[in-house]
Design a protein around this ligand. Structure first.
Ligand code: SAM
Length: 236
């Protein structure tokens, strides 16, 4: 099955021919660059289609994204989920943030070859630093991450970047509910409120995925995020 047919069948998402071609180019470059650097353990065509592209696109079904909304993907790695969402929704302003610079070089190449020029930003930074940068702190409607850290740590990366009224979204596996329970203290401290947990079924994938949505209800105190390494060494 193609990405277009899977996206349509499972998530009601219609891709144009140009978007489908952009995903083909992205998949080809991911495999080529992965031979030289560590971007992903998933390199078979079906895995890339389902576990990277479709998983990323599934966010669009559960997270409201207004026209022109600002979204940042924290620890984007090979671009997931931020770059598939930008291909789907060219109107979004998407920032791809990553601590490892060469991964951003790959993502710039994908954007170059797929013709994505407007409304995309590449931010070489750690989340703990970006959360204090003017133009980044409290600047986003949607702050999202997949496979970066456990939720009590991750929320310290994500919530300071969200506008009050915006959403932090964590893409999680089967530990989602336990992590949300463990993160209650962090949520309270950082101005977050649990908004909901959505279950996502991917075709051919046995274990469900979850989107943990946390609303930014109040500003995060200026002390957060703490300096690099502290959130993971000493979670809230
Ligand atoms: N989000 C991608 C995905 O789901 O395929 C990549 C996941 S990878 C396991 C985690 C990525 O987060 C790595 O590329 C790592 O460099 C980045 N990362 C980890 N901690 C970070 C931090 N504090 N700030 C920015 N990036 C970070």
């Amino acid at each position: 099955m193609t990405l277009s047919s899977l996206a349509h069948e499972h998530f009601g998402i219609t891709l144009t021919d140009a978007q489908a071609t952009a995903f083909d180019t992205y998949a080809r470059l991911l495999v080529e660059w992965n031979a030289r650097m560590n971007l992903t353990a998933i390199t078979d065509p079906e895995g890339i289609t389902v576990r990277h592209f479709l998983d990323s696109l599934s966010v669009a079904q559960h997270v409201p994204m207004a026209a022109g909304a600002r979204l940042i993907d924290v620890g984007t790695g090979g671009g997931f989920p931020g770059l598939p969402l930008k291909i789907l929704r060219p109107d979004l302003h998407v920032t791809l943030m990553e601590a490892t610079g060469k991964k951003l070089t790959f993502l710039q190449q994908v954007c170059e070859e797929t013709g994505i020029r407007d409304g995309i930003e590449f931010l070489h930074a750690r989340a703990e630093d970006a959360g204090h940068m003017p133009g980044q702190r409290a600047a986003y409607d949607i702050v999202i991450a997949r496979a970066v850290a456990r939720l009590p740590v991750l929320l310290e990366y994500l919530l300071p970047l969200a506008k009050v009224g915006g959403l932090a979204v964590a893409m999680k596996g089967t530990t989602a509910h336990d992590e949300a329970d463990a993160a209650r203290r962090a949520m309270n401290k950082l101005g977050g409120q649990l908004d909901g947990i959505d279950e996502i079924a991917l075709p051919g994938v046995a274990e469900p995925h979850f989107l943990v949505r946390v609303k930014k209800a109040a500003p995060s105190p200026a002390a957060y995020p703490r300096k690099p390494g502290t959130p993971s060494n000493n979670p809230l």
